[in-house]
Ligand binder design. Structure first.
Ligand code: ZN
Length: 271
């Protein structure tokens, strides 16, 4: 699943191609993609709208329209967004297409079909789930973690994945943050010392910022991969590396499961 750094890549790569564009035609090939109205109504509202900004909050993206209306979208497990020329053949599972005044098309491809788009009128309450998100990683403070994590008996990994605490962290970066903070992902929130909370406070923003930079790709690379090339796995220290040597101590990394999610950590470096 794309996490905050990957969703940020999608946003920065596509923003110049969608901002300033007017939507000239909309095709919805999978009705359930439009989460809060019928596809027919979505199409009616969307055609003629001009996109003035493309923003991100957690793993959600928002197309801001000149009218004040806005469209929220979530890629979920397998959703991808690309901007293509109309002559480019459609990928399988192209669930939604916005034709733009540039002549290009913003295409939403999603093989699992869990990705959603919501349309909201100006001033309407956002009910996409975005409204309940916790803070963005750069906003994390010790005081906040003391309230939201140190008071809980839940595993740290589970707390890091909770979008209501810090928005945008998924399985990959939760493991990387725990590794860098030298804390096992299985530790309970209320077992963490102030020194450990301080490390988390440094590493949550640092890891996310670093991977946003690692993932920076030019549009040509992004387009060639059909919007799937946005992760630089070579820089991951633990995720997907169970059984391989820890880059710090050389000991085999341990793979485990926490709340149904795979987790990898170093039993020597992480306490
Ligand atoms: Zn180690």
């Amino acid at each position: 699943m794309p996490e905050l750094p990957e969703v940020e890549t999608v946003r920065t790569v596509l923003k110049p191609l969608v901002v300033g564009q007017t939507v000239t035609k909309v095709t919805v090939n999978l009705p359930k993609v439009v989460a809060n109205m019928t596809p027919a109504l979505f199409i009616q509202k969307m055609v003629g709208q001009t996109i003035i900004n493309f923003s991100r909050r957690g793993k959600f993206l928002t197309l801001h329209l000149k009218s004040g209306d806005f469209v929220v979208l979530h890629l979920r497990m397998t959703g991808t967004l690309t901007v293509e020329n109309p002559i480019t053949p459609y990928e399988k599972h192209t669930n939604l297409i916005l034709e733009l005044s540039s002549g290009q098309e913003l295409r939403f491809v999603d093989s699992r079909g869990f990705g959603h788009w919501w349309y909201f009128a100006a001033g309407e309450s956002d009910t996409s789930g975005q409204e309940n998100l916790g803070i963005e990683p750069p906003m994390v403070t010790l005081d906040y973690l003391q309230k939201k994590i140190a008071t809980r008996s839940t595993a740290l990994k589970t707390l890091l994945l909770d979008q209501h605490i810090v928005a945008g962290i998924g399985n990959i970066y939760a493991d990387e943050i725990c590794y860098r903070s030298k804390i096992r992902p299985t530790r309970r929130g209320n077992s963490l010392t102030t020194a450990e909370l301080k490390k988390l406070c440094e590493q949550i923003p640092a890891v996310i910022k670093e991977f946003i930079q690692f993932h920076h790709v030019p549009f040509s690379v992004y387009a060639a991969s059909k919007g799937t090339s946005y992760r630089n796995d070579a820089n991951l220290a633990v995720y997907g590396r169970a059984g391989l040597p820890c880059q710090n101590c050389g000991q085999s990394l341990v793979g485990t499961r926490i709340a149904q999610r795979s987790s990898v950590y170093c039993a020597h470096c992480q306490k």
